[in-house]
Design a protein around this ligand. Structure first.
Ligand code: ATP
Ligand code: MG
Ligand code: MG
Length: 525
């Protein structure tokens, strides 16, 4: 689906576009991109490239070295490319550290900022209560001297921060003298090393760099709405070129956290296998779980630019993926190894043989596979458990058979079938999958199914989110597949008949089996 169509139907527009449009996507390189970030990136891309033929900037908001890494920066560039977003320019807030330093000096000189060594707790309390800091009216000279000490990272410097002199008691608490500079001597910056011992906050750096880089429209999620007047204050106070602000809603999903801080914790604590774990809501995670890029883009763009924060269900997300994969996923067959039931077809072919069959019943373009037929078959225990003595069943892709003998119970060990190919497949109640153990080399597969990472639909602010981690979110079975699966490559998407859709995480090679990941279809289990 085209972006333009989505945009038009939501009547999305920006004001003041005559002189061109420049938008920017400003990720902090403190984690891998998640599907919420992609919403922000796609909206910026849509306005810049599709609606107004303007410019899209990618700017790394990298002024907190304690959280940021080269690895994250690289992955963000790769993931945007993967999703088909091509920024016209890439920049780094850390390229502006000297410029931002000079702006801060100017703020201090003009009486718009002051150094404050109030301890954190008192500062928080005073801001809540609207009480002025005892340092608010220090002289320009003192403030400049302390700022220099911060720059050097001295003991005095480390005790201080710089705050903008906006307001003591504005009803909007974001306007109560926000911090604009802080020391950080603990971790070298991944780009500037130890050159700087203090860094500007996002609140200070963002409006300045937006303005300097020519951004015309800054798209921000609605949790920043309270901070819009403060953004405006910096532009006005520093007499910088104006930037329009445009708010949109964050995207949330049930049983999911979309916060790099929390996702980092899941990775570091080993609750998931990594940032690309199929249970992770990262771009890499949902891809590895079998989401196609086309379906991902469609799904997000359909949400449009609404400002209402809604918590989405994964059902629609995966249903839109199913629409994309169902017409093209080749069909294969698998039988679970545990308690697999052996069958002898008493009137079956004396010699095993193979026949060419379409890989997809409705789409011949998907190709042809070889299906083996013989007297010796295996079935899933689950299916055979329901068979009744002398019942007529349908062997999919073969024809009807009558159950003549059932040996063992719980588990059933083996059965005897009598082919009844003249029987009507429309009249049987059970259509079951089977594999011939003769005439082909069955291939082992490790088949994974995943569940949500959290047990509570909607995690509230006051919830201790770690209490709701689902400790049982991955399960594995061993299965045997038809021999055709040896042709599959990593990332291929298939359907195992009657079992669902799977993405090939590892191809079968050198005698080792396949690894398959179950793809949700949107149906609730
Ligand atoms: P996180 O808590 O996941 O780190 P963030 O906002 O701190 O989120 P940034 O790297 O600063 O992460 O985000 C880059 C851009 O993505 C910002 O414009 C931000 O508003 C946007 N964004 C982040 N999360 C979401 C979300 N869930 N839905 C939509 N946009 C989002
Ligand atoms: Mg941020
Ligand atoms: Mg964050």
């Amino acid at each position: 689906a085209s972006l333009s169509k989505a945009g038009a139907s939501y009547n999305m527009a920006l004001q003041d576009v005559e002189k061109g449009v420049v938008t920017r996507f400003p990720p902090e390189p403190s984690g891998y991109l998640h599907i919420g970030h992609i919403k922000a990136a796609l909206l910026n891309d849509y306005f810049a490239h599709e609606l107004y033929k303007g410019t899209l900037l990618l700017r790394f908001d990298d002024t907190n070295p304690s959280k940021e890494k080269q690895e994250f920066q690289d992955s963000i560039i790769e993931d945007l490319k993967l999703v088909g977003i091509k920024p016209d320019k890439t920049s780094y807030t850390s390229d502006y550290l000297q410029v931002l330093y000079e702006y801060c000096v100017r703020m201090i000189k003009e009486g718009h900022a002051y150094a404050d060594d109030t301890d954190q707790e008192t500062m928080r309390h005073n801001r809540m209560e609207g009480i002025a800091s005892k340092n608010r009216d220090k002289s320009v000279e003192d403030n400049l001297a302390i700022f220099e000490q911060m720059k050097e990272g001295t003991e005095v410097g480390l005790k201080n921060c710089i705050r903008a002199k906006m307001s003591v008691d504005n009803p909007n608490k974001a306007m109560r003298d926000p911090v604009i500079y802080r020391c950080n001597v603990d971790t070298p910056h991944h780009r500037t090393g130890t050159a700087w011992k203090m860094y500007p906050t996002y609140d200070f750096a963002c409006p300045i760099v937006d303005s300097l880089e020519g951004v015309t429209h800054a798209l921000r999620t609605t949790e920043y709405t309270d901070r819009n007047p403060q953004y405006q204050w910096f532009l006005d106070t520093l007499k910088l070129r104006q930037v329009h602000m445009w708010d949109f809603a964050r995207m949330n999903f049930i049983r999911t956290v979309l916060s790099k801080r929390k996702l980092t914790k899941l990775v570091d604590a080993g609750i998931v296998w990594g940032w690309d774990d199929p249970r992770m809501p990262t771009i890499r995670g949902v891809r590895r779980h079998g989401m196609t890029i086309g379906a991902l883009r469609d799904f997000i763009l359909k949400q449009g630019p609404s400002r209402n924060i809604v918590t989405m269900d994964w059902t629609n997300f995966w249903a839109s993926n199913k629409k994309e994969i169902d017409p093209i996923a080749p069909r294969h067959t698998a039988v679970e190894i545990k308690d697999a039931v052996k069958a002898v077809v008493i009137n079956g072919p004396d010699k095993a043989y193979t026949e060419d069959k379409p890989k997809h019943g409705k789409n011949p373009a998907v190709g042809i596979k070889k299906v083996a037929f013989s007297k010796h078959l295996i079935f899933d225990q689950e299916d055979v458990k329901l068979f009744k003595q002398d019942e007529e069943i349908t062997l999919m892709n073969w024809g009807n058979a009558i159950v003549r003998k059932i040996n063992g119970s719980n588990p059933i060990t083996d059965i005897e079938l009598e082919l009844h190919l003249e029987g009507d497949v429309k009249k049987t109640e059970k259509k079951v999958t089977w594999l011939s153990t003769d005439g082909q080399d069955l291939v082992k597969a490790e088949v994974w199914e995943f569940d949500h990472l959290f047990t509570k639909d909607k995690l509230e602010e006051e919830d201790n989110w770690e209490d709701f981690i689902n400790k049982d979110s991955a399960s594995k079975t061993e299965q045997l597949c038809d021999s055709n699966v040896t042709d599959l490559k990593e990332d291929d998407i298939i359907q195992l008949e009657r079992k669902g859709y799977f993405r090939v995480d590892k191809a079968a090679k050198d005698g080792a089996g396949l690894v398959l990941f179950g793809i949700p279809t949107g149906k609730t289990k």
